[in-house]
Design a protein around this ligand. Structure first.
Ligand SMILES: [Zn+2]
Length: 177
């Protein structure tokens, strides 16, 4: 089956605020979603993507920071360690980047493509991507990490640029998840 480029849902689409349902079993439908999500993520030059971003409120994420794809269903953080700050972008919220404090190292558990429970150890950028995607599954977005003043600025700018296609800032430097 050929991969498809899926449509990326953008803020404020309601699906981005949904609490995503657990995957009961990995079926051909989930396998196709893993494949299409990775394809879509790469097409948009992202390094991670969560199912609600393509309109599916289920617990599936993909990531690839350059050392191979990660595909997980029902991802759950088992352990966290350290702390790190870095700017993040999100494919669902164009033209916005937010510096977010997250754990530097994580141990994440989830189902792989074969339906086996596996553990993924990650640090640095990969840990950050996984945490960003797991946030998506709970309806949590990068703008939720903004302080009050920054939030006001975001909503003001967002209103102004809602119907405009002019890309702002120097976003290509910031990774998109
Ligand atoms: Zn995102």
């Amino acid at each position: 089956m050929e991969e498809k480029i899926l449509k990326i849902k953008r803020y404020p689409d309601a699906v981005l605020r949904k609490r995503c349902v657990k995957i009961e079993k990995i079926t051909p439908q989930e396998l196709a979603l893993f494949k299409d999500m990775l394809f879509t993520m790469r097409a948009f030059k992202g390094i991670g993507l969560a199912a609600p971003q393509v309109g599916k409120a289920c617990q599936i994420i993909v990531a690839d920071i350059g050392d191979g794809p990660i595909k997980l269903a029902n991802p759950r953080v088992l352990k966290k360690r350290g702390e790190d700050r870095m700017a993040e972008g999100c494919l669902s919220i164009p033209n916005v980047d937010v510096t977010i404090k997250r754990s530097f190292e994580v141990l994440v558990e989830g189902l792989n493509e074969k339906g086996e429970l596996v553990e993924v150890k990650a640090k640095g950028l990969l840990a950050r991507v996984l945490l960003h995607e797991i946030d998506h599954l709970r309806g949590r977005l990068i703008i939720d990490h903004l302080g009050l003043l920054e939030k006001m600025r975001f909503f003001k700018t967002n209103r102004k640029t809602r119907n405009s296609l002019i890309p702002s800032l120097n976003l290509p430097k910031i990774p998109f998840y």
